[in-house]
Design a protein around this ligand. Sequence first.
Ligand code: BGC
Length: 383
Amino acid sequence: MKLPTGGQFWPSVVLVAITTLFGFTAQAEAKMDVKKQSWGKTADGRQVDLYVLTNDKGFEVKVTNFGAAVVSVMAPDRQGKMADVILGYDSAAGYETDKAYLGTAIGRYGNRIGGAQFSLNGKVYKLAKNDGQNSLHGGVKGFNKALWAAEELRAKDGVGVRLTYLSKDGEEGYPGNLSATVTYTVTDANELKMHYQATTDKPTVVNLTNHAYFNLLGDAAGDILGHELYLNSDKFLPVDKGLIPIGELRSVKGTPLDFTKPTVVGARINDQSEQMVLGGGYDHCWVLNKTGQGMSLAARMYEPKTGRVMEVTTTEPAIQFYTGNFLDGTIKGKKGTVYTKRMAFCLETEHFPDSPNKPSFPTTVLKPGETYSTTTVYKFSAK
Ligand code: BGC
């Protein structure tokens, strides 16, 4: 058995010993549960809720049905001290006006589609140009702006919330009524599991992800340049100046994008090589080393001061590592904290950007009768 390394382990052992001795279930410590709270209203008066998912160790995740956003993740440092390791807002209104996708679900198509159009079965679909000439993260009103229906879940291996949204045929230019489900589950292994499902009634393209901005210092207490990253990837997708992949899978060897050995994020971030300049830092898609379709390790981020570790496993073929290059100090987030450049990183599991226009990339086409199904797990520990 692998023991949790966090300092909260010993109190829970003592508690288990006491409760076993006296034959009752203790209520004193955190208990695996999901609680729903009312979280205000949208500008047009629709009810927004907040779901608090907690495990027995006090690991806690808050999720709202607005944008299916992950609002906070309380994770232990090496002393067992909990702190919030993601950026976000204190209210639903924050998510309604947000332009940086803090913690939100992303759909119908995560990352960019070049020229804001694609063709499918001979028909051209035009999307809104919301990022220069390109379409980004599902368009003007992507899944991050939808109010999702929500249902609490209590299972043997965890507690969670299942969010569903019907994206209508033609919404943001995409074909087909797409019925999407995002399920967030908290397990006793301090994991936040994200499971995505979708079905359609017409051929369409789908690439769902979550856009959490992490900072393992906790409470966005500084930039993320001292974090150390390992990526299980030998290749990345070089981009053009609009951040659209040029179609090549390039070796990371000898480049600042090589994270095959744990490396400090800030060590090469200002490198003047072409891809680093185009990205304004890290803003690329890494192709994961995979042997099959199942779950495999994608990334591990370590923060040396606090000891916090976040491990990402996924069924997806790729991951976008983005270092908050566009955070420019205009966002006031939780507890009034102003989010500035490089104050957070994203590790968004995904299919390759612009796949609908790149026949050589793994397909993102979903047909009627098929079920889109992907899983990503963010696991928190400390060392
Ligand atoms: C992209 C960035 C983009 C950001 C928006 C990331 O997924 O890779 O280029 O600016 O999302 O918040």
